[in-house]
Design a protein around this ligand. Structure first.
Ligand SMILES: Cc1ncc(COP(=O)(O)O)c(C=O)c1O
Length: 371
């Protein structure tokens, strides 16, 4: 792993006075809006992890907890899907896309897609060379016009044929695809013999925000495979892959094993998943994260000098701020990215508190007022 940087950026340097926070702030307090995976493990998942640690269980996913959670996911999604677990989102996306494409084929994605910007070429690597064909995103989303353009860009032997399209739900820019947008894109893709992949690193936030059945924005809208994020909703590790078209997942167990993605002690991945699905815990936590983002967006929108770049539809808030204000916020200790979405990105999680949101909004206001 990399060494801790000599300069502490973006780690807290001088902490802002936590005037609005009661009690001692938790460790890493100022990191909490940098990403939804700076949060810890939610209590339900942690308890399930500890509970799984009794006695012996079959390995490599042949244990009861893994069988149960696969069935539970099939119930939640109302589909007889093939279900697998891998360690992280990059592995989920890239191995799932590799299952859809030959090395000489291509995947259409938006130019803001995580698979394109943040996976270090893993989709190309795991597929043995499938090219990503990027299309300009509109509010973080692919459009049918963009998808059609990418498909029809070239038809000669010198250019790879589009075989899959990938959509991120919720998007990298905190927006959501409505059901009709997904089915419109899927219709175009299927008409061209393509498969539809969904990067659902923040799928829970989308379901919680849209208030729909998970099936409505996946297989019923034409999605063939979903990478369902676990880490961002409060798990320690582990993402699920659901092949709604079971044929596409026929050999996936071998692919996951070859990629180093088959957990031997799988019960410790699957048991926390089970706890998240129990009684809708996953959606409760995602709904909370969304509510915190809305709270932040409302407060920031009211600040002179701040501009919301996009409607906050899930758990991220993207704000345009003057450089001086960004520097002041960083000097006050707040960590956040500015290379995603063209502004300052603030992410909320299951662990974000209203007090922390108010504190951040207060400090943004102070940073803006300082000129
Ligand atoms: C849209 C999206 N997809 C996938 C991932 C998962 O990536 P990782 O490999 O870090 O788990 C992330 C993480 O930030 C993401 O934002």
């Amino acid at each position: 792993m990399p060494r801790r940087p000599a300069t502490a950026d973006p780690l807290p340097a001088a902490l802002a006075a936590p005037a609005l926070v009661s009690g001692a702030p938790p460790a890493g307090y100022h990191l909490q809006f940098a990403s939804d995976n700076t949060a810890g493990v939610c209590p339900e998942a942690l308890a399930a992890f500890a509970q799984a640690n009794t006695g012996f269980a079959a390995s490599y996913g042949n244990d009861d907890a893994t069988h149960t959670v696969c069935d539970r996911l099939r119930e939640v999604f109302e589909a007889d899907a093939e279900v697998f677990f891998v360690f992280n989102g990059t592995a989920a996306n890239s191995t799932a896309l590799a299952a859809l494409c030959q090395s000489y084929q291509a995947v259409v994605c938006s130019d803001t897609a995580h698979v394109h910007t943040d996976e270090c070429g893993a989709p190309e690597f795991f597929s043995g060379g499938s090219k990503l064909l990027t299309v300009p995103a509109r509010q973080g989303k692919l459009t049918t016009a963009g998808l059609t353009e990418a498909i029809e860009r070239r038809s000669d032997i010198h250019y790879p044929r589009a075989r899959a399209v990938t959509l991120t739900q919720s998007t990298e820019q905190g927006t959501l695809y409505q059901r009709g947008e997904i089915s419109g894109l899927a219709r175009v893709a299927h008409a061209h013999g393509m498969k539809v992949h969904m990067d659902g690193a923040r799928f829970a936030n989308a379901v919680a925000s849209l208030g729909c059945a998970p099936a409505d924005i996946t297989w019923r809208a034409g999605v063939d495979v979903l990478c369902l994020g676990g880490t961002k909703m409060g798990l320690p590790v582990g993402e699920a892959i659901l092949f709604f078209d079971r044929q596409l997942g026929a050999d996936f167990a071998y692919r996951a094993k070859q990629a180093g993605q088959l957990a031997s002690k799988m019960r410790f991945v699957s048991s926390p998943w089970l706890a998240m699905l129990e009684g809708g815990t996953w959606l409760r936590h995602a709904g909370h994260a969304n509510a915190m983002a809305h709270r932040l967006a409302e407060k920031v929108a009211a600040l002179p000098g701040a501009e919301l770049l996009l409607p906050p539809e899930a758990n991220g808030v993207f704000v345009s701020l003057p450089e001086a204000a960004i520097a002041r916020l960083r000097a006050a200790g707040w960590a956040f990215y500015t290379f995603i979405g063209g502004g300052a990105r603030f992410m909320c999680s299951w662990a974000t508190t209203p007090e922390a949101v108010d504190h951040l909004a207060h400090d943004i206001g102070a940073a803006l007022a300082a000129g």
